[in-house]
Design a protein around this ligand. Structure first.
Ligand code: NI
Length: 230
């Protein structure tokens, strides 16, 4: 699964994020990497317990909570508190796979909270014209997907995929990244629910809630009830 969510943040939200990030202290990105990915990772990050990261993270979580496409595509149960990274000229992140389980730092949650990373997300905070390179490349059984989106756009993709960020050859690429544990663990079931929901929403716009649309909506919810763990 690879789903784009355009305009998650408005231009004003992006500006707010960028202003806060300008004032932040960046550290080596290997602080949150697993052993294998640490060898491939060359970028900068905000520390997980940074006040700026927490504040901006809240803004992003609030936007996710009201975004219908995000909700439908991910069926999110838990979202890892958003992190922030930055690739300056020459920086890159070689091919790796994200850790299956992430622990929310104690300073961000009560007790130990684990998030199974069903989906990975990148929220672009730089305009594509502001840098060269820096494409997110996701590898799956359908081949290679190259992603470079407008500032404020989000991409959500299977955390089970191998992926990398191509080297920056000009400028700087800023982004937020995080993981999602879905109520529906099975990827194929989740994809079918997303497709069914999208089709139902399209039909409702065209013909309203007739008996068949209500029946399909019922089927959607009954499948969700069967497949979801909450
Ligand atoms: Ni990754």
């Amino acid at each position: 699964m690879l789903v784009q969510i355009p305009g998650l943040l408005s231009p004003d939200d992006v500006e707010e994020c960028r202003e806060a990030l300008e004032a932040a202290d960046w550290v080596d990105g290997r602080v949150t990497a697993g052993t294998q990915s640490a060898g491939a990772k060359r970028n900068l990050q905000l520390p997980e317990d940074s006040g700026i990261a927490k504040g901006l993270g809240k803004l992003i979580l609030a936007k996710l909570g009201t975004n219908e496409r995000f909700t439908s595509a991910t069926l999110a149960l838990r979202v890892f508190p958003p992190l922030f990274n930055r690739y300056d000229e020459g920086m890159t992140f070689g091919t790796h796979i994200d850790n299956a389980i992430r622990f929310v730092p104690a300073s961000l949650g009560a007790g130990t909270i684990r998030v199974r990373t069903d989906l990975s997300a990148t929220l672009f905070l730089s305009k594509p014209a502001d840098y060269d390179g820096g494409e997110l490349v996701v590898l799956d059984t359908f081949g290679e997907h190259r992603v470079k989106l407008n500032a404020g756009d989000l991409v959500v993709y299977s955390a089970s995929s191998r992926h990398h960020v191509t080297p920056i050859t000009r400028g700087s690429r800023w982004a937020s990244f995080f993981w999602i544990q879905s109520m529906v663990r099975d990827e194929s079931a989740r994809e079918q629910l997303f497709e069914l929901d999208s089709a139902i929403q399209g039909l409702r716009k065209q013909i309203g809630d007739n008996a068949e649309v209500v029946t399909l909506t019922g089927l959607y919810h009954n499948l969700l009830r069967r497949w979801a763990d909450v």
